[in-house]
Design a protein around this ligand. Sequence first.
Ligand code: BGP
Length: 471
Amino acid sequence: MTKTELKTEQIQYRFPKSFWWGSAASATQTEGAADEGGKGKNIWDHWYEKEPNRFFDGVGPEKTSRFYETYREDIQLMKELGHNTFRFSISWSRLFPEGNDELNKEGASFYNHVIDELLAAGIEPFINLYHFDMPVALQEIGGWENRKVVDHFVSYAEACFRLYGDRVKKWFTHNEPIVPAEGGYLYDFHYPNEVDFQKAVQVAYHEILSNAKAIEAYRKLGGNGKIGIILNLTPSYPRSQHPADVKASEIADAFFNKSFLDPAVKGVFPRLLTDILKDEGYMPAMEQDDLEVIKENTVDLLGINYYQPRRVKAKEHLPHPDAPFMPERFFDDYEMPGRKMNRHRGWEIYEKGIYDILINVKNNYGNIECFISENGMGVEGEERFRGEDGMIHDDYRIAFISEHLKWVHKAIQEGSNVKGYHLWTFMDNWSWTNAYKNRYGFVSVNLDQNGERTIKKSGYWFKRVTENNGF
Ligand code: BGP
């Protein structure tokens, strides 16, 4: 299709001027070169060495999608797909292999090249500082459990602001900070695989504190861009309006959404959550000025990752008295009959959830500037959709994205301050313990052909959406 033909395409959903169209990725999931260029080990390298069986098909993080080598070509592909923005993360252990103040110059120069290449392609870089990848040296002293790691994080953040702040104007302290807490200390899907509610609370608290302190540092350094956080918000829908179901959903919401959203945007913790922590004896260790620091240093910009809703009901059975304390002490998960599922990932698809989040942010969080920083669909075995034209015909992904975008569009009509939409993810990448099981990209990555890239149908579709600023 030529550009003139595109003009005649009917646009039903037009987005505001300068809407951010793009995608998101993270260092460990894309860069590869885990042992090269002076990078230190992070917890993924370490965990994979210890327990390769925990990773789908035994595939580890050492190579992933080779972005470390192929970033130039990959950025050209982003340009081809019409990206005007792209979010990636810096690997802490590539910049500071030991987690201390010793900078790895080769790592620093890699990110300089990536930033320059993006800017040259007309793509604004959004940089995230922490995406699940604690340097091993810092995990050895307890990772986020240890308050010293907060100070290390702030030094690392300052170094990034100094190195790249001249060109980078959108910063994010964390991606989904609840995940290292729940994955590493409750539900056994991240290293160090502990089940310890008190530690999970401490980890979460330190992440929140580190967010505020990094924001404080950014402003002290005179940062003239915006700094925010990226949260995975999962609206908590009650099974019914029965007061016990509603209460269950409010508690789930306090644990999984408000826990980070409130301190990040409003500078305070939600009362419902702190009351539970106090009553149950799980308050974190805090220092005197912490709450003031958190109060004073809230985000400018909120990234929202949305994949699935959470449905809950009142508890039906009491947990065994000796079972570890879990948030699920207050609610049960509810499987709504007839829910639409992405069975590959085991996640419900509920498009309206994205709208509910945006309206919640509008009504209850001062309509803070925000954007959809991740949304996407992981599908196993996409090769079977490859046509004779060599392209993967991922019509299900086009449907997934457009159905979500319709709700984003509606939220905009109703006054939401949402500024963009980023797909997870640009090209198929390494999904943590799921490795390359589920594919999410606009671009496919053929692991048998040294990571060869081919644009999927959704990639071409997205290109038209960006050109038309709508669909
Ligand atoms: C988000 C993470 C991403 C990404 C995505 C898809 O939670 O920020 O890193 O992985 O989810 O999930 P998964 O890879 O587990 O299928």
